[in-house]
Design a protein around this ligand. Structure first.
Ligand SMILES: *Cc1c(COP(=O)(O)O)cnc(C)c1O
Length: 423
């Protein structure tokens, strides 16, 4: 039984085997106390090991110059390989299926070069209505690049009238209806606005059943929910590393290409970092692609940023990976929802689905603000040490991250929100 008091929240923290992970992060401070930071869905906090990992590289560079490519403690030439194992674990992939490179929107484009190959008969792309704008722009520009009109070739999956979230059966129905015209299904693992988790296995199956290719944007899914991309038979996926992955603003992103596509003659844009490593420095004109997802790499990567990703991945591994984190996450978010209902009742409406398998860490809510603007409420929350995402007219996204948020954070947040929303 849950209880709505501070002592109970602290008791939950005391019993939480992951509570100590919080000490591995820098928590921003507000007037001498830890902030209540519920914004890890937007920018995750900095792990304490990040500075050490980046500093090691800076020192090696100071002392070795170019020789650091080979002689650095973690040599730069294969540096991205130090990230492979943990990245593969986080997304449920084989090591050869993942690569850390570029940024998210860039990776979506590079993957669409390979996986969106429209023909006269099969040319449509399905995304969700109100997709994250960058995804929408990327997909529309791909359509135009192929001489297609988004009005005709872009299919938008919408919630039913009066509903906030997509229904699985409607998505499958839409995929079936578009059938032979559907070239690509590109959906989020977790929808950024509503926090809804989509059934990626079922969507992958439905897309393949009509002959389409299926990719996922995992920006809000990676480091948040358990993923099994390989077993779900997803064709490709991409994610950024600065939200739940805590790798710092704009840090290097990730990509997944299913094993069945590796070593195939998919069209692809090439650069020297995709070249067979044993002959890369012969600098010859023939391209012999690495037979893994590394073949999609173009440039030698930003090592300083990869160091931050490595620090983040090591922190996830120190926590035991996604399974224990997801278990705590469901408890944290469940407690948050329960407290909101207790304290704010009809003054809030939760957009995020209720069933555990249909939500991640984030709850999206609309809040009755009693005549105040969202901006005013956001400011008041910040003045009380709460960081969360609050947008006009009155939508809030609050995401307790199981790596560093506590049950006490959640309890204090609801107390402050209640007081503040009432004006
Ligand atoms: C955060 C996010 C992005 C951001 O794209 P960048 O290329 O990293 O700037 C794109 N798509 C989705 C769905 C996101 O949540």
């Amino acid at each position: 039984m849950l209880e709505n008091n501070l002592a109970f929240a602290q008791k939950l923290d005391g019993a939480d085997p992951l509570h100590g992970m919080r000490n591995q992060f820098h928590i921003p401070r507000h007037q001498g106390h830890d902030e209540i930071y519920l914004c890890g869905n937007s920018l995750g906090l900095q792990p304490k090991r990040t500075a050490d990992y980046v500093d090691e590289l800076l020192k090696d560079w100071q002392q070795m110059g170019v020789k650091g490519h080979f002689a650095a403690k973690h040599s730069w030439l294969p540096y991205h390989e130090f990230l492979t194992e943990a990245s593969a674990q986080l997304v449920g992939a084989l090591p050869q299926e993942v690569i850390c490179m570029n940024s998210l929107t860039v990776n979506l484009h590079l993957l669409m070069v390979s996986f969106y190959r429209p023909s006269k008969e099969r040319y449509k792309i399905l995304i969700e209505d109100h997709a994250f704008p960058s995804d929408h722009y990327a997909v529309e520009s791909q359509l135009r690049f192929h001489g297609l009109d988004p009005k005709e070739a872009l299919v938008l999956a919408k919630p039913r009238a009066g509903e906030d979230c997509l229904r699985q059966e409607d998505l499958v129905e839409l995929i079936k209806r578009e059938g032979k015209q559907l070239a690509l299904v590109l959906l989020p693992g977790v929808q950024y606005y509503t926090g809804e988790v989509l059934d990626m296995a079922a969507i992958s199956e439905a897309g393949h059943a009509v002959g389409a290719t299926v990719g996922f944007d995992l920006a809000h899914a990676v480091g948040n929910i358990v993923l099994n991309l390989h077993d779900w038979n997803v064709d490709f996926a991409a994610w950024c590393s600065y939200k739940y992955l805590n790798s710092g603003p704009g840090s290097v992103a990730g990509a997944f290409v299913h094993e069945k596509h590796l070593g195939q003659t998919l069209p692809r844009f090439h650069g020297w970092w995709g070249q067979n490593k044993s002959i890369r420095f012969q600098m010859g004109p023939e391209f012999d692609p690495i037979p893994t997802a590394e073949a999609w790499q173009l440039s030698n990567p930003p090592i300083l940023s990869l160091a931050a990703v490595r620090a983040s991945l090591d922190t996830f591994m120190a926590a035991g990976g996604m399974h224990p984190l997801r278990k705590k996450s469901l408890e944290l978010t469940g407690y948050l929802r329960w407290l909101l209902e207790q304290e704010l009742g009809d003054a809030i409406h939760v957009l995020t689905p209720y069933e555990p398998r249909r939500h991640g860490a984030q709850l999206s809510l609309t809040v009755k603000l009693h005549g105040q603007s969202a901006k005013q409420v956001q400011q008041k929350l910040e003045d009380q040490g709460v960081t969360c995402d609050f947008r006009e007219p009155n939508v809030m996204r609050a995401a307790p991250a199981p790596l560093y948020n506590s049950f006490e954070d959640v309890w204090r947040f609801v107390q402050i929100l209640k007081k503040t929303a009432q004006g």
